[in-house]
Design a protein around this ligand. Structure first.
Ligand SMILES: *Cc1c(COP(=O)(O)O)cnc(C)c1O
Length: 460
C-alpha cells in the first residue's frame, strides 16, 4: 500500500463509470460484464481513495476490500444473475435493465426489523419519516443531505435508500423538527446522525442541524453521535482543507457546550486503518475532545476471520479509539452471500476476543439488531441434556429488557433471531407477546407511541 497523506481530488465512480476505472479495464471481459450486471441491482459507488489505497488488485476478486465495495455475482441467485447478464450482453435499454433490477430488489426484504411500522416516531399526529426512535435514550436522525456515502458497502442494510425505492426513503430536512421532538422527549439523551453517511454533508450544512441543538438549550440532550464510514472511505474529510478544519471546530463547540461527541466509525477490515491518513483522521477527531467508537458487521468474504478482528481492535486501541460492537449481518439484500451462522460468528468473536488485551474487550458481540432489540449471542451452554445459545439483550424495545438473559436451542445453521426456537420446550420467547401487541396497536394507530410503550411495559 502506498502511504500518501496528500489527497487526490475526490472522484466518484458509479455503474456508468465502471470502464473509467483503470484497474477494471484489465479484468477479463466476463468479469467486467458481471460487474455491470450486478451493479444494476445493488447500489454501487466507489471513490479513487478506495480504489488506489484500500483494494489490493493483485488479489481480486477475493480481496476483502474488493468484496466490500464491488458488487459480486454471488450476490444474485443464478436465475437473476443470468437474466441481468443477458440484458447487459444484448445492450438492453436503461429502462429494461432498471425494470428487471427493480423486480429483483423487491424480493430482498428492503426494510428489515420493523423499521417503518415500529420505529418511526410521531409529533402532533404527524409521522416523522426522517427519524427513528427505537430505544428510549437514542433518537436516530436522517438528514436529507446525508443520504449517500463516499463509497457503498456491498452488504449495506440500507441499500434500499440508494437504489431509488423512493417511497421507502427515510429523510428529514428540518432541524427544527428534531429540536421540537427532543423537547417533547427528554428521555432521549442521545441523537445519532446517520444515513447514508452524515459526513458527506459539508460542515456548513451539518451546522444547520447541529447548532440549533446546542444553542436552543435542549438540556436533556447530552450526546451527539455521528455514524460514519468516512474515516475508512474518505479520511481526508477530517484532515485536509477548510471544511475539515471547520468540522473540528464544530466538534469542539459541541464539547464546549458540555456535551459528548461520539464518532461511531464503521471499520470493516484492518486495512482501512493502515493508511497514514486514516490514522491521522482518528487522531485529529480525538484531539477535539470527541471519542471514536468502532463498529461493523461480521461479513463472509470480508472479515469472517478472527485475525482480522483482533488486529482491527488492537489498532483501534493503539489509536485511542474504542472497539464497540460486532454486528451480525442483517436479514436483507444479498444476505445469502454474506451471512455467517450465529454459531460460527460466536466462534470468530471468541477467538478474536481472547487474543487481545482487556483494553480491546470493550467490544460486544456478536449482536443482532433485530425487531425486539439488540440481542447478543453470549455463549453456548449445556443445561441438562440440552445444548443452548445463551442470549442477552443489550438494548430492548422495552427498556426493562436491557441486560436480560434468555435461552434458545442451539442450532448450528441459524443465521438470525427468527431462526431460533426457545429452550426448555417453551412456546415463545418472553418478548413475543409484547411485540405482537405493539404491532396490533400500531396497526390500529389509535394511541401515541409513548402511551403504547408505557401501557404495554406496565403489563409485561
Ligand atoms: C444500536 C442502535 C442504537 C444505539 O444503541 P447503543 O447500544 O446505545 O449504542 C440506537 N438505535 C438503533 C436503532 C440502534 O440499532
Amino acid at each position: 500500500m502506498t502511504r500518501t497523506t496528500e489527497p487526490k481530488p475526490y472522484k466518484v465512480f458509479q455503474r456508468k463509470q465502471l470502464d473509467k476505472i483503470e484497474q477494471i479495464k484489465v479484468l477479463p471481459r466476463e468479469q467486467r460484464e458481471a460487474l455491470d450486471a450486478v451493479s444494476a441491482v445493488f447500489p454501487f459507488r466507489v471513490n479513487g481513495y478506495v480504489i488506489d489505497e484500500l483494494i489490493d488488485w493483485s488479489k481480486v476478486p477475493d480481496d476483502p476490500m474488493f468484496q466490500l465495495t464491488f458488487p459480486q455475482r454471488g450476490m444474485l441467485e443464478t436465475r437473476d444473475f443470468d437474466k441481468m447478464m443477458r440484458l447487459v450482453r444484448r445492450g438492453a435499454t436503461d429502462e429494461e435493465i432498471k425494470n428487471a433490477a427493480r423486480r429483483i430488489q423487491m424480493k430482498m426484504n428492503p426494510h428489515p426489523a420493523g423499521q417503518i411500522e415500529l420505529n418511526v416516531p410521531r409529533l402532533d399526529e404527524q409521522q416523522l419519516k426522517g427519524m427513528q426512535h427505537k430505544y428510549r435514550e437514542t433518537v436516530l436522525f436522517f438528514p436529507a443531505q446525508g443520504q449517500t456515502c463516499h463509497a457503498y458497502c456491498t452488504y449495506c442494510f440500507r441499500w434500499a435508500q440508494f437504489v431509488g425505492i423512493d417511497e421507502l426513503k427515510f429523510v428529514e430536512r428540518e432541524a427544527d423538527t428534531l429540536v421540537r421532538y427532543l423537547r417533547r422527549h427528554p428521555e432521549a439523551s442521545d441523537v445519532l446522525f446517520t444515513g447514508g453517511d452524515p459526513m458527506v454533508m459539508s460542515t456548513k450544512v451539518m451546522r444547520r442541524y447541529v447548532e440549533p441543538l446546542i444553542h436552543s438549550g435542549v438540556e436533556s440532550l447530552r450526546t451527539i453521535r455521528f455514524g460514519t464510514k468516512a474515516p475508512a472511505y474518505w479520511p481526508y474529510r477530517f484532515t485536509h482543507g477548510p471544511d475539515a478544519d471547520d468540522l473540528m471546530r464544530m466538534f469542539e463547540e459541541i464539547v464546549a457546550s458540555g456535551r459528548h461527541v461520539a464518532v461511531m466509525a464503521h471499520f470493516s477490515h484492518p486495512r482501512e486503518l493502515e493508511t497514514e491518513v486514516a490514522q491521522q483522521a482518528v487522531r485529529r477527531i480525538l484531539s477535539t475532545g470527541a471519542t471514536v467508537r468502532c463498529q461493523a458487521p461480521l461479513i463472509r468474504h470480508v472479515n469472517d476471520d478472527p485475525g482480522a478482528w483482533a488486529s482491527m481492535w488492537q489498532r483501534q486501541v493503539e489509536l485511542g479509539a474504542v472497539p464497540y460492537y460486532m454486528f451480525v449481518e442483517r436479514d436483507t439484500g444479498a444476505r445469502n452471500y454474506f451471512e455467517v451462522p450465529l454459531a460460527r460468528a460466536l466462534e470468530i468473536f471468541n477467538a478474536a476476543y481472547s487474543s487481545v488485551s482487556g483494553l480491546a474487550r470493550t467490544v460486544r458481540g456478536p449482536s443482532m439488531s433485530a425487531t425486539p432489540g439488540k440481542v447478543l449471542i453470549d455463549g453456548v451452554v449445556h443445561v441438562g441434556d440440552e445444548k443452548l445459545f445463551a442470549l442477552k439483550f443489550l438494548q430492548g424495545r422495552n427498556p426493562r429488557w436491557s441486560n436480560r438473559v434468555f435461552y434458545a436451542k442451539f442450532d448450528p445453521g441459524a443465521v438470525w433471531l427468527d431462526d431460533l426456537v426457545p429452550a426448555f420446550g417453551e412456546d415463545e420467547f418472553f418478548f413475543e407477546h409484547y411485540l405482537d401487541e405493539l404491532h396490533r396497536r400500531r396497526a390500529e394507530s389509535a394511541s401515541e407511541p409513548d402511551d403504547v410503550q408505557d401501557t404495554i411495559a406496565a403489563q409485561a
